[in-house]
Design a protein around this ligand. Structure first.
Ligand code: UTP
Length: 407
């Protein structure tokens, strides 16, 4: 795309302001900006101010394979999971492309030190959890790590420096997720530097497409991996490639499984696994009416009691079938650093615009079925979203201690 083509397309979308000062930029910066403009998904930008699309069908509760049912079949599930790991059918995907803006770190979230008397970063906790399983199975699980343009080099450098936390390097592969342009509250593109549009990672829903674009499907196929367990970077108690969860999913015949925990109350801010139009669906807490949130079954338990914790298993063949389907794009308020008219970098302390994300929860809705697998939250759910308060470094440290992790 050359300058006049860029101006034409920007004019069509009322965004010519990003070309201000273009002629004064170095040729490298000019080329960079033109490339970014060419890549803009205008349909997405146009979502600002529009109502989000609703999928069809009625929402119904789903319940869960609860802890007592799992306990009753633990041996059978675990054996099936361990066998699958030994046969090389299981891979794991660490979603580490997020910006972690709520934590306000200037490094990847996985580098956050959760230790108190020793250094123990999030990445290290996660690899320790994975090693528990691979030691039990006597076989390694390939680990694919999704990063973003913003944190990829630093993430790889850190893994190298720490010698992959004791995990064999040949089983770890990194891939970079795509970015999406961010806009202010009026839908105007922002610049984060001269000749550089403000962009943000495009959400955790695009992980499979990004993995495929990075050529890693060949790696998956050549290793014979048939199932991928995807998980968030920020839950330090995350069980990865959990044999019992894998076994329960594989034995059920479903094409996916979702780990869930019992919500603390009807209004806890987490998505609940349910059904919509007969398919798995994650209903967000703000989508549930008071009536639905408080509805109970005959034993007094909430009908929408089971919240998802960003730990899913997906069948690779199903992922391939849906990979070109359009995913809903969510418009999310964020703090977006930008340069003002005078060229000064502003780092806002409050949200000042929108970024655009696709989400893994919408991928679950593309599956034919998803096994709702309940885990005990005190043992498996310690997300770090903030430094203090709910779901924070402080609360995660308490939970790690309760689980006998030395800090
Ligand atoms: P969050 O929704 O907590 O987002 O991510 P975040 O970007 O890490 O943090 P905030 O909202 O800016 O404070 C949940 C999981 O999805 C990953 C994150 O790394 C985390 O594991 N994620 C999120 C991505 O991999 N890519 C994204 O674009 C967004």
């Amino acid at each position: 795309m050359d300058k006049s083509e860029a101006l034409k397309v920007l004019r069509e979308h009322n965004q010519e302001h990003v070309m201000k000062g273009f002629d004064d930029l170095s040729s490298d910066l000019q080329a960079q900006l033109l490339r970014q403009i060419e890549e803009i998904d205008w349909e997405t930008i146009a979502l600002v101010g529009q109502d989000s699309e609703e999928s069809e069908g009625d929402i119904e509760p789903l319940g869960a394979v609860d802890v007592s049912q799992i306990e009753a079949r633990k041996e059978e599930f675990t054996k099936a999971g361990i066998d699958a790991i030994k046969e090389g059918k299981i891979g794991a995907v660490l979603l580490a492309g997020g910006m972690g803006t709520r934590l306000g770190l200037d490094k990847p979230k996985g580098e956050l030190n959760v230790g108190i008397n020793r250094d123990l970063c999030i990445f290290n906790c996660l690899i320790n959890n994975l090693l528990d399983v691979t030691n039990e199975a006597g076989a390694y699980v390939p680990l694919y790590v999704m990063t973003s343009e913003k944190n990829n080099d630093e993430t790889i450098r850190f893994f190298e420096e720490k010698n992959y936390f004791g995990y064999p390097k040949e089983y770890v592969k990194f891939f970079i997720q795509e970015m999406a342009a961010a806009v202010d509250f009026d839908g105007k593109l922002l610049l984060e530097g001269p000749g550089r549009l403000a962009t943000s990672p495009n959400g955790n829903g695009g992980w499979f497409t990004s993995l495929a674009k990075a050529g890693l499907l060949d790696d998956i196929k050549s290793r014979g991996v048939e199932w991928l367990n995807i998980f968030a970077v920020d839950n330090v108690l995350q069980r990865i490639a959990d044999p019992s969860f894998i076994g329960a999913t594989l034995l059920s015949g479903a094409d996916s499984g979702s780990k869930v925990v019992h919500k603390v109350d009807a209004y806890e801010k987490m998505g609940a696994l349910c059904k919509k139009g007969g398919k798995p669906y994650i209903v967000e807490y703000y989508e549930l009416s008071k009536e639905m949130a408080e509805a109970t079954d005959e034993s007094g338990d909430y009908l929408y009691a089971f919240g998802v914790i960003l730990n899913y298993i997906f069948k690779v063949s199903r992922l391939e079938e849906i990979m070109n389907n359009r995913m809903p794009v969510h418009v999310v308020e964020k703090k977006i650093p930008y340069i003002d008219d005078k060229g000064e970098l502003i780092k806002p302390s409050e949200p000042n615009g929108y970024k655009f994300e696709t989400l893994v929860v919408d991928m679950v809705a593309m599956m034919n079925d998803s096994v709702p697998y309940e885990v005990i939250r005190e043992k498996e759910f310690a997300p770090i979203k903030n430094l203090h308060g709910v779901d924070s470094l402080d609360s995660a440290r308490e939970l790690l201690k309760k689980n006998n992790v030395e800090l």
